[in-house]
Structures are given as C-alpha cells and as structure tokens.
Write a protein that binds this ligand. Structure first.
Ligand code: XBP
Ligand code: MG
Length: 251
C-alpha cells in the first residue's frame, strides 16, 4: 500500500471539455489567415491523435493539404497560425463561460483540504492553462498547483512520458505516491510510461479509445447527487470519485 500524496492533472478534456473550443479556435485562425481549411468534429477527433496544436497543424497539412506551400519557412508560418489560434482560444475562455467537468472543483477542494500536493501535466500551451484556471476555477488557482508543466517545456509531447517525468522531478515525488488524472489514450500512455497509476474520465473526443491500462475508467468525477458511471475498475469507497476512492486505487 502506498500513501497518496500527489495528484497530477491533465487539462484538456479532464478539467473541462475544452477540445471543442480548441477546434473552433483553430477554424477561426484558419479563416483569419484566409485559408479554406475547416476542421469538422469528425476530422478533429482523428487529428487529436497528434498532441500539440502546432504538431497537429503540420500533420493536417502533410495528410490533407500536401500541395500547400508558403513563401517562407513552413514551421514559422505554422507557429504564427498557432499563435493566432491561441489568441482565439484564450479570449473565448477568458469570458469565464467554460464549465469545469462534473466533480473537478469538488475533488480539487477535497484534495487541498486533505493536504495533497497538486500538479498539472498537459500538452497544451501554458497561456491556455492560465486562463482556464483563473477564469473557470478561481482567480488564484494557478497558485494551488506546485507545477504547471505545459506544452513545449519538454521535447516530446504525450504519449511520450516526458511531461509527467518533468512534473514529478520538479515536485520531487516518485510515481508510487502519485495518481495521474487523464481523459485520453495518449495521456494514459504518457502517464503509464512514467510509472503512474492512472484514472481516466472519458471525454467528448476520447470515447472509444483504449483505456485498458487505467486503474479506473469513469464518465466523470461526479457529485454525491450525480454519481460516476464506472466503465472499468473498482470504486468501493463511494459512487463518485473522492480522495478515499483515489487512495484506495493505490492500496
Ligand atoms: C490536449 C492537446 C492540446 C490541445 C490544443 O492537451 O493535445 O494540443 O488539443 O492545445 P492535454 P494547443 O489533454 O494534454 O491537456 O493548441 O495549445 O496544443
Ligand atoms: Mg487531455
């Protein structure tokens, strides 16, 4: 039995259903650049196999726009296009209208009251994390997390283990005292390759992915009056995700 001391949260799809706003932000940037690219939800679901927005745009060009070219350096062009996308995304989230997923606020509050350490390990751009935490969790919420490991701070994005290894190194914790909270197969692979036990809350764009290596797979963290649906694994301490349920996963 290991004593749980630390929770490492993914962001997109785990804290909130943000990918739909990301998709709309990509399309807004394409329109602004006078490109006739328009990512449907089906296209975006497929493109999400590639993590990182810049990497995703390059992948899209290689797979679907092979004749696309720009006068200068393509990667510079993509970086500018992605910066525009990030502008659209952060200004949308800054309205504060992005709801956190069920149980996220309650679980984070419970963890803080129980003295657990909190970290973030995400592929998304740091500015996207800041605006989500500030506007949708609490104005000072960034300070609740000892590390916000995000985007290009590591060489290899999820499913590589880099971001979780980086977060644990910065926090000085070992995998056996931590739990990763994820929504996607890429995130699960990254966490598991880092040696982390992982709980998955399936999200809008990750339904049907392979979560067989997760300790517990649910539809949401849930609330006392809105219990979780368990897709795989065991929840004994409660019928929604609590700190006791998470500690039990490490027992
Ligand atoms: C999800 C991602 C990100 C977002 C888009 O990150 O893979 O790329 O889709 O954000 P996670 P950017 O689930 O690890 O939070 O365009 O800033 O990459
Ligand atoms: Mg995610």
């Amino acid at each position: 039995m290991s004593r749980l001391t630390t929770l490492l949260f993914d962001v997109d799809g785990t804290l909130a259903e943000t990918e739909e706003i990301h998709r709309q932000s990509f399309n807004a940037a394409f329109r602004q650049a006078e490109l006739d690219w328009d990512w449907s939800q089906a296209m975006y679901r497929a493109l999400l196999s590639v993590t990182g927005g810049k990497e995703r745009i390059l992948h899209y060009i290689e797979q679907h726009e092979p004749d696309f070219s720009v006068p200068g350096d393509l990667r510079e062009y993509i970086a500018e296009l992605h910066a525009s996308k990030t502008e659209h995304y952060t200004s949308t989230v800054a309205t504060g209208n992005m709801p956190l997923r069920s149980g996220v606020r309650r679980l984070i509050d419970e963890a803080r009251k129980a003295g657990l350490r909190l970290g973030i390990a995400t592929t998304t751009t740091p500015a996207n994390v800041s605006v989500l935490l500030q506007k949708c969790l609490a104005p000072d919420a960034e300070g609740w997390f000892e590390i916000i490991a995000a985007g290009g701070v590591v060489a290899n994005k999820k499913p590589a283990p880099d971001i979780y290894l980086y977060a644990m190194e910065k926090m000085g914790v070992s995998p056996n005292e931590c739990l990763a909270l994820e929504d996607s197969e890429n995130g699960l692979i990254s966490a598991r390759q880092s040696g982390l036990a992982t709980l998955v809350t399936v999200s809008q764009y990750t339904q049907g992915q392979d979560f067989s290596d997760a300790l517990l797979v649910v539809d949401q963290f849930g609330e006392p009056d809105n219990p979780s649906t368990v897709f795989s694994g065991q929840m004994q301490a409660a019928d929604y995700v609590t700190i006791d349920v998470l500690q039990q996963l490490l027992d």
